[in-house]
Design a binder for this molecule. Structure first.
Ligand code: FEO
Ligand code: CA
Ligand code: CA
Length: 640
């Protein structure tokens, strides 16, 4: 515990502290299936057989079949270790909005460089810890919707002892600064800014009304004393990655929701509920938010079902400020990273999703009904089938449906205890699935597997370590490194080019590594890693309209040891055809670069800078501020 700054600890580290498992590393372990550096050429060669398998009937080509073209419209930049942002020559960046900036005129001047914001103004300003975001053009107006994932309590409550709430008002400040911001943005000669008092501006936070749909809506597991209907939730929490639907709505993904709950008394005796608490890491102490000491809704001894009401994908209509967000229980309850849609060959809606915890799984939703533009979309995220991924070592895989027949659970329990259902069908334990991105012009998708320091480790009794459900985290072909510090990106191509198909073939687009420190072997990384593009822990990801893969990192920025030469967290661009990867942007010290979207004219890129160290971006004497920055070409050219 010593020397750990718990206010900036990662979610997995929190879970490790709260639910410790024995740790013994097998130093001599032979990684039988670790893939040699020579075995990859950006995955393209390795994928040749998979492309052949798909054959006729393919809806779109694959990138392996496309014509190589020069894909990088910028000169790559070097790694950096300073406290600002760098972009390539010919590009410029600017701050659009920082936490505490006003959305409404009554909040102008609400933010103080040393004190932050008051409770009264905390839901009138842009939230903290920006994460996933999407832009929507509504009647010609640019509406940016942005997640605020969690809080840096010491920064948000600078008047307290290390960020520990000392009152209900302190808790309310934290609750209000997280969630989602909907805001209109506009560009003039001086750049982009928030349109203060736009009718679209809206804050959705931990106390905002929501409804449920899908198989768990109204179920006793979701009922509480305050909501005996089990239909009306308050708040969306730990909003990590994002997604969008083809019908113009925003998807916000609830990730590390477990950390907000604690108990002042006994926790539930019901074995189903208690087992769920263990699987999802819901403990008596929480992660330091201390909501449960001031707001009984978060006290599981008083409200044991409240944690069942978070952990979902939530749909928000950015065009209608009065619309109540909907929590879609059919898409499962887990630590949702993001939600990336595709359209199946028959028009059904596909949503790919990852569960970001060590050894958890990747999921796919397929709607029952087809999407028809302009027609009713209300069933598309509530009626259909949820599946989980199995990756086989022969570089094929399949989506296994989670149904009463396959899991032995009823549909409501599958929706609420989705991890348990996925364990029952033998899903593949993954190295922390972060963002998934679907290629817009080719039948393939990608998932960042950010790292997994416990992969392949052994317990005291010699058994391999497991996830919280007891599923072994043995080394396998898609997670080929034990003690995986660097991460990898898996790519899959559905059979027949149809995202609704059961089967797929897969390869690794990149295995991050450090060939400067490790001359060979799995820690060197794949052949598309070189001294000029070193990075670790791929996390955020989007694929632009030209097919370039934008990769954002949330990793070790010590720039030492295994991480030497990697510098601060960053954003790189990858070419899916050649496998080449080049560095485009570096963030300030301490930050994670996460969240990326584009203006409708594709001349501006919006990039999220989460939890930078002081004094970014305001200079000495100011609290550090998460921010969204714009990046444009100086010649006003396209940026994606
Ligand atoms: Fe919120 Fe897994 O990142
Ligand atoms: Ca993330
Ligand atoms: Ca991460």
């Amino acid at each position: 515990m010593k020397d750990i700054d718990t206010t900036k600890m990662s979610a997995d580290d929190w879970d490790e502290l709260n639910f410790p498992r024995p740790e013994v590393q097998e130093f001599d372990r032979v990684v039988e299936r670790a893939i040699s550096r020579r075995g990859f050429l950006g995955g393209v060669l390795a994928f040749g057989s998979g492309a052949a398998v798909m054959g006729a009937g393919m809806l779109k080509g694959t990138t392996a079949m496309a014509q190589p073209v020069s894909r990088f419209p910028f000169a790559p930049i070097a790694a950096q270790i300073d406290n600002t942002i760098h972009v390539p020559e010919g590009y410029s960046w600017d701050v659009l909005v920082r936490w505490g900036d006003p959305l409404f005129s009554d909040a102008e001047g609400a933010w103080d460089p040393q004190a932050g914001v008051s409770v009264d103004m905390s839901e009138r300003v842009f939230g903290e810890n920006t994460d996933g975001m999407e832009l929507f053009n509504v009647d010609g107006r640019e509406i940016l919707v942005v997640n605020s994932e969690y809080t840096n309590r010491d920064v948000n409550l600078p008047h307290t002892d290390g960020g520990t709430p000392g009152s209900l008002d302190d808790v309310r400040i934290l609750q209000h600064l997280q969630g989602v911001t909907v805001m209109e943005v506009a560009e003039d000669e001086s750049g982009w800014s928030v349109v203060i008092d736009s009718p679209y501006n809206r804050r959705i936070h931990h106390n905002s009304p929501m409804t449920f749909d899908g198989p768990a809506a109204g179920h006793p597991l979701l009922q509480t004393e305050a909501d005996p209907t089990g239909m009306a939730s308050l708040g969306t929490m730990n909003n990590c990655g994002s997604g969008r639907t083809p019908w113009g709505t925003y998807l916000t993904c609830e990730e590390n929701f477990n950390g907000y709950f604690g108990a002042t008394g006994d926790i539930p005796a019901d074995e189903t509920v208690a087992a769920g608490y263990r699987r999802y890491g819901i403990g008596a102490d929480g992660w330091g938010y201390d909501y449960h000491l001031w707001d009984a809704r978060f006290d599981t001894s008083a409200n044991p079902n409240e944690p069942h009401r978070v952990g979902y994908v939530v749909e928000i209509d950015p065009a209608n400020p009065d619309a109540t967000p909907v929590k879609h229980t059919a898409l499962g309850r887990f630590k949702h990273e993001n939600a990336a849609y595709a359209i199946a060959a028959d028009g059904r809606v596909v949503v790919y999703m990852g569960d970001d915890e060590r050894g958890e799984f990747m999921y796919r939703w397929v709607s029952r009904d087809a999407y028809v533009p302009g027609e009713d979309t209300s069933t598309l995220l509530s009626e259909g089938e949820l599946s989980v991924a199995v990756f086989d070592d022969d570089m094929t895989g399949r989506w296994v449906p989670l149904t009463p027949a396959t899991t032995g659970m009823d549909v409501a329990h599958i929706a609420v205890f989705t991890r348990t259902a996925a364990s029952a069908v033998g899903a593949t334990t993954m190295d922390r699935p972060e963002w998934i991105a679907v290629h817009p012009n080719a039948s393939e998708a990608y998932c960042c597997l950010t790292n997994n320091s416990r992969r392949g480790l052994l317990n005291d009794d010699g058994t391999v370590r497991t996830n919280a459900g007891g599923d072994p985290m043995s080394v396998n072909a898609v997670n080929p490194r034990d003690t995986n510090r660097f991460g990898q990106i898996v790519r899959w191509r559905p059979v027949g080019g149809d995202h609704g198909a059961e089967g797929f073939s897969w390869d690794l687009y990149v295995m991050a590594g450090n060939p400067e420190v490790h001359a060979d072997g799995p820690y060197a990384g794949t052949a598309n890693i070189n001294a000029g593009n070193l990075f670790n822990s791929p996390d955020g990801m989007q694929i632009d309209s030209t097919g370039l893969i934008w990769i954002q990192t949330d990793g070790d920025d010590s720039n030492e040891g295994d991480f030497a030469g990697m510098g601060n967290n960053q954003m790189l661009a990858g070419d899916p055809v050649t496998g080449r990867i080049e560095r485009f942007l570096t963030g300030p010290n301490g930050c994670e670069v996460t969240g990326l979207t584009w203006s409708s004219d594709r001349r501006t890129m919006f990039v999220g800078i989460q939890h930078p160290d002081a004094p970014f971006p305001d200079g000495e004497g100011s609290l550090p501020r998460s921010a969204i920055v714009t990046v444009r070409r100086d010649d006003n050219g396209l940026v994606g």
